[in-house]
Design a protein around this ligand. Structure first.
Ligand code: ADP
Ligand code: MG
Ligand code: MG
Length: 503
C-alpha cells in the first residue's frame, strides 16, 4: 500500500480501543516504558512511576525514506566527527573571537572551556558521539511523494534511545496479541522494523570504554537533579553492567564540584564520594546542554572544564557539542563546505545529504546566494510565514515561528543576529491522526489528535585526529505530537513516543 493512500488511523470501535489501551498501558508498565511522576518534591527514593506517553498505534512512514534516513546516519556520523575535529572551522563559526561565541554567552562558555583545555594540551585524543538526527516528512501542497528533511542533528544528550526500543516492542506486541483486530492490512509485524537503539547505544559506550584502556574504571553519567526521564538512562546502565560488566556512576554537576578530581600527569578522572571511589573511563553527558539548568554558575562551568581536561573520553567533548550547534548545521549548507568535510565520498552521497536539508541562512548574512541584494535579516522578515528562527540552544522551546518572527526581529539587538539562523519550514503531511495515550492528572487516557511525527535516527562515532572514524547507525525513534503545538519536547508533555509502520 502506498503511503499517500493510507488513511490514519483506521476505524477502531470503542471496545477495541479500550482493550488496546489496557494491553498497552500494562505492557508499558511491565517493560520500563516509564517516567517518574511530576511531583513538587520528589521523594528520596521513588516508589511509583507512570507510563511514558505513547501512541496507541504506530504511525505510517514510507519505507524508502526510512531506509534513506538509516543510510544517511552513517554519513552524518562521519561528517559531524570531522566537523568536531576541524579547529579552524569551529573557531570561525562558533568561536568567541570571531564566531557566535562573541554574541552568545553559552556558546562562549563552551568554546572558551574548550580553548583553555586545548591550550593546555589534551591527554585523551579520542571523542565519543552518541547522535540523533531528526527528520520530518516534507509534503508541500501539490507534491505527490513525500521527501525526508532534517530538523536538526543532536550531538549532546540525545535521549529516548532506550524508550524508543521499548515503544517499538509495545506496538509489535499489540500486533502479535491482537492483530489490531484486523482493522488495517498494514498493521503486521513485518512492517514494524527492528529497533535496537538501546543495545546499539550501549555498544557505543562499550567501545569508548575499551578505547579508554582501563577496564576496571566506571562510566560516569552526568545527569540532571530530579530527572523524570530516568528509566531511559537506567536501562542503559543495566545493560552496561549485565552485558559488559561495566559499572556506571551517576553524578549531577553540583555533586561533581566536590566529587571529581584529576590524578597524575595524565589527569585521570577520579570520582570520590562517601559511597563511590572509582576512576572514570567515559563521561556520558545527559545534562549540560542548557545554560539555564546546570551550566549556569561559574562553579558549574569550571567543573565542566575540569571534566574536559581529564583523560576520560567525553561523550560529547566540548568541541563535539559545539559541532551540534544550529549555526553549524546552517554553515554546512554553504557552497563547498560539505565537499571540504567529505572529500573522500561519492558525489551521490553528498547529493543525498544535501537533499535532506531545508534552506537555511544566518540572520547576520550581508546577502544571500539566491538573493544577492537582500540581507539575511531582511529576507527573514519578508519570508516569515514560511520560516522558523533558531538560536544556539537545545532541549526544545527556544524557536520563533511564522507570525511571531517580525515582532521578534524588531526587538533583536543587531549584534545578536549572528547567533540566530532562519530555516525554511518543513511541511509535514496533513490529516494524519493517531490516538495519544497519557498518564497523570488531567491528561489521563487517550485522545485522538491531528499529528506530526518526527523520526530520529541514532548513531555513534568514536574518533580522533589521524584515525578512521569508527561509527554505526543503531536504531530509531518516532516522536509524535499533536498539531496544536509547534515544538517536539516529549518530557514537557507536548508529544508522545511512537514507532513506524512502514508502507
Ligand atoms: P531543539 O534542539 O530545541 O530540539 P529543534 O531544531 O529540534 O530544536 O526544533 C524544535 C522543534 O521545532 C522540532 O522538534 C520541530 O517540531 C520544530 N521544527 C524545527 N525546525 C523546523 C522546521 N524547519 N520546520 C518545521 N518544524 C520545525
Ligand atoms: Mg536538539
Ligand atoms: Mg529537536
Amino acid at each position: 500500500m502506498s503511503y499517500s493512500s493510507v488513511q490514519w488511523p483506521p476505524e477502531l470501535s470503542e471496545e477495541q480501543r479500550n482493550a488496546l489501551i489496557v494491553l498497552a498501558t500494562t505492557y508499558s508498565l511491565s517493560h520500563s516504558l516509564l517516567y517518574l511522576p511530576q511531583l513538587e518534591s520528589p521523594p528520596f527514593a521513588p516508589t511509583s512511576a507512570i507510563h511514558a506517553p505513547f501512541s496507541l498505534l504506530p504511525t505510517p512512514f514510507p519505507r524508502f525514506l526510512f531506509e534513506r534516513a538509516k543510510r544517511l546516519q552513517n554519513l552524518y556520523n562521519v561528517l559531524y566527527a570531522r566537523v568536531a575535529l576541524d579547529v579552524e572551522f569551529l573557531d570561525r563559526v562558533m568561536g568567541a573571537e570571531i564566531g557566535v561565541g562573541k554574541v552568545d554567552s553559552f556558546t562562549r562558555d563552551i568554546w572558551t572551556g574548550w580553548k583553555q583545555a586545548r591550550d593546555e594540551g589534551f591527554t585523551q585524543p579520542l571523542h565519543l558521539g552518541i547522535f540523533r538526527s531528526d527528520y520530518l516528512l516534507h509534503l508541500p501542497p501539490g507534491a505527490s511523494t513525500p521527501g525526508l528533511k532534517q530538523v536538526e542533528f543532536n550531538t549532546i544528550s540525545s535521549s529516548f534511545g532506550a524508550l524508543s526500543e521499548q515503544v517499538a516492542k509495545l506496538h509489535r506486541h499489540l500486533v502479535q496479541a491482537t492483530g489490531y483486530y484486523g482493522v488495517s492490512p498494514i498493521l503486521k509485524a513485518a512492517n514494524i522494523p527492528p529497533n535496537s537503539a538501546l543495545s546499539g547505544i550501549v555498544q557505543g559506550l562499550i567501545e569508548g570504554h575499551k578505547a579508554a584502556g582501563d577496564l576496571t574504571a566506571a562510566i560516569l553519567f552526568v545527569v540532571l537533579d530530579g530527572e523524570r526521564n530516568i528509566f531511559d538512562q537506567r536501562l542503559l546502565e543495566y545493560e552496561l553492567l549485565e552485558r559488559a560488566g561495566i559499572k556506571v556512576v551517576r553524578q549531577s554537576m553540583k555533586q561533581l564540584k566536590t566529587s571529581a578530581t584529576l590524578e597524575g600527569k595524565e589527569r585521570r578522572l577520579r570520582i570520590k564520594t562517601n559511597t563511590i571511589d572509582t576512576l572514570a573511563s567515559v563521561i556520558y553527558f545527559r545534562a549540560t546542554y542548557a545554560p539555564n539548568v546546570d551550566l549556569q554558575t561559574r562553579d558549574e562551568v569550571e567543573t565542566r572544564i575540569l571534566l574536559e581536561r581529564s583523560f576520560a573520553i567525553k561523550c560529547p567533548s566540548l568541541q563535539l557539542q559545539l559541532a551540534g550547534g544550529k549555526r553549524v548545521q546552517q554553515e554546512l549548507t554553504a557552497p563547498g563546505v560539505l565537499e571540504h568535510f567529505l572529500p573522500d565520498h561519492f558525489p551521490s552521497d553528498l547529493t543525498e545529504i544535501r537533499d535532506s536539508w531545508m534552506t537555511m541562512w544566518s540572520l547576520d548574512a550581508p546577502s544571500l546566494p539566491d538573493f544577492p541584494s537582500t540581507s539575511g535579516f531582511e529576507r527573514a522578515r519578508q519570508y516569515h510565514p514560511n520560516l522558523v528562527l533558531k538560536p544556539q540552544r537545545e532541549g526544545g522551546g527556544n524557536n520563533i515561528y511564522k507570525t511571531s518572527i517580525p515582532p521578534f526581529l524588531d526587538t533583536l539587538p543587531e549584534e545578536e543576529r549572528e547567533a540566530w539562523i532562519a530555516m525554511e519550514l518543513i511541511q509535514p503531511p496533513q490529516d494524519v491522526h493517531n490516538w495519544l495515550v497519557r498518564a497523570g492528572g488531567a491528561n489521563d487516557g487517550a485522545h485522538l489528535a491531528n499529528i506530526v511525527s518526527e523520526l530520529g535516527v541514532y548513531g555513534w562515532a568514536l574518533f580522533g585526529e589521524g584515525r578512521e572514524v569508527q561509527e554505526k547507525e543503531v536504531g530509531w525513534l518516532l516522536r509524535t505530537k499533536g498539531k496544536e503545538s509547534d515544538e517536539g519536547g516529549i518530557a514537557v508533555g507536548y508529544s508522545v513516543l511512537d514507532s513506524v509502520v512502514l508502507t
